[in-house]
Ligand binder design. Structure first.
Ligand code: SF4
Length: 423
């Protein structure tokens, strides 16, 4: 941890145990916890911005709320200005609340409709007992002006403002008690594009003027690039890649980061006909995240076992097939019993076959030799009702390092990707 580190997050976890349904209680079932955040580590330097980016549901907002102690962590530590949040005394907690704040995505929902703009901005000053009533009023008016509104708008209600103006009020409220650190949770994604740039410029100006540190949460990569000094890419409760903004955007190392960047539309005509690798399938459930690397079920370059010869397309298809059998979405009734089902003899070249003859409608590429035999054997086992044997047959042949070893970050302070291809 460097001297300038303001926020230090180490192996932070936030798991949710779901309420039991009636069938759960009747059958005494316990459902696994939802691992919204599962071992996240990073640091935020005073006066700088860390962008936290990822698809919806990856745990970004939960991370921000847990750092601010709005949710209690399941594990790990958060230190603010060198002090562990969980160990703070009541007085220190109050001081922590005063030095931190949050701006939410939907400004209208975050403002009390029965309070005027002035009352909303004054509220934190009253809570923290800062200044006299007159001083609080003066400060609120000056904050209104500082965020680009007018002191004359002090007595207006939230519904009388536009979305961009409402977000300015929310920012003024967050600044009222002169914090050092703000969590900005998708602060511009609910606003018109024309207003987004104004709010981003305002946030940048305020950061310069007040020396604020930001955790800027967003799913929009271009916004994150614009505002961040460093970027952390989050996937299913983990940090996939972290590093300086330029390194992340110019030299991405993690396959997930590369896929996210590939999906960003480009304005340059020279790039308009480029091949785009889109991420297929949805993010898996955080209740049952994949073992090993969380990204392995969608990774376009998942690593095959070193001792088998198979191309990436065929390997991806076999992996998908296994996942479907394990999840119970591919069953004996889905297997076409009219095709050959024996893992019988023959030379490797005789065993070479298109997978369509082995697993109708499921694999389109060619498999050869022992790879084809393994798939064919698993098919017969599934068709005969022996699902577990089919899973074991495919696992024995095709299990990958990406599946049984969770990749770790090799460099905590510079540019690092949690991927076995990096080691
Ligand atoms: S560890 Fe494996 S599955 Fe995960 S991103 Fe790297 S290559 Fe892909």
């Amino acid at each position: 941890m460097s001297e300038d580190t303001l926020v230090s997050v180490e192996n932070l976890k936030k798991h949710y145990t779901s309420t039991k349904t009636l069938p759960d209680r009747l059958f005494r079932r316990t459902s696994p916890p939802i691992k919204a955040v599962d071992g996240v580590s990073f640091e935020i330097t005073a006066g700088k911005t860390l962008g936290l980016v990822g698809e919806s549901g990856c745990g970004k907002s939960t991370t921000g709320e847990t750092i601010l102690a709005l949710r209690s962590p399941t594990g790990g530590t958060v230190k603010f200005d060198g002090k562990k949040i969980g160990d703070l005394s009541d007085t220190e907690v109050k001081n922590f609340r005063r030095r931190t704040g949050m701006v939410f995505q939907d400004p209208f929902a975050s403002l009390n409709p029965r309070m005027t703009a002035g009352q909303i901005i004054r509220e934190p000053l009253s809570v923290h007992d800062v200044g006299t009533q007159d001083e609080q009023r003066d400060r609120s008016k000056s904050l209104l002006k500082r965020v680009g509104l007018s002191a004359d708008q002090y007595d207006r209600y939230p519904h009388e403002f536009s979305g961009g103006q409402q977000q300015r009020i929310a920012i003024a409220r967050a600044l009222a008690v002169e914090p050092d650190f703000l969590v900005l949770d998708e602060p511009v994604s609910a606003l018109d594009v024309s207003v987004q740039a104004q709010i981003l410029n305002l946030l940048a100006d305020l950061q310069t003027d007040f020396g604020l540190a930001y955790l800027f949460i967003a799913h929009d990569l271009s916004v994150v690039r614009y505002v961040s000094d460093r970027v952390a890419v989050m996937y299913l409760g983990n940090i996939a890649e972290i590093g300086p903004t330029e390194a992340i955007f110019e030299r991405p190392q993690h396959p997930y980061t590369k896929a996210l960047l590939e999906s960003v539309p480009r304005a340059r005509l020279s790039e308009s006909d480029r091949e785009i690798t889109t991420l297929e399938d949805d993010v898996p459930s955080p209740r049952n995240p994949p073992s090993g690397c969380r990204f392995r079920t969608r990774c376009p370059v998942v690593i095959p076992p070193t001792d088998i010869d198979i191309d990436q397309t065929a390997y991806r298809e076999v992996m998908d097939l296994r996942e479907r059998i394990e999840a119970g979405t591919l069953t004996a009734t889905d297997v076409d019993s009219t095709t050959s089902n024996t893992a019988d003899a023959g030379t490797p070249s005789q065993q070479s076959m298109t997978a369509n003859s082995v697993w109708p409608g499921e694999i389109s590429s060619s498999l050869h030799g022992d790879n084809a035999v393994a798939v064919k054997t698993a098919r017969a086992e599934l068709r005969d009702g022996n699902r577990q044997a089919a899973i074991e047959t495919l696992r024995d042949r095709f299990e990958t390092v990406c599946e049984h070893d969770r990749p770790e970050h090799s460099n905590k302070t510079h540019h690092s990707a949690a991927c076995h291809l990096r080691h």
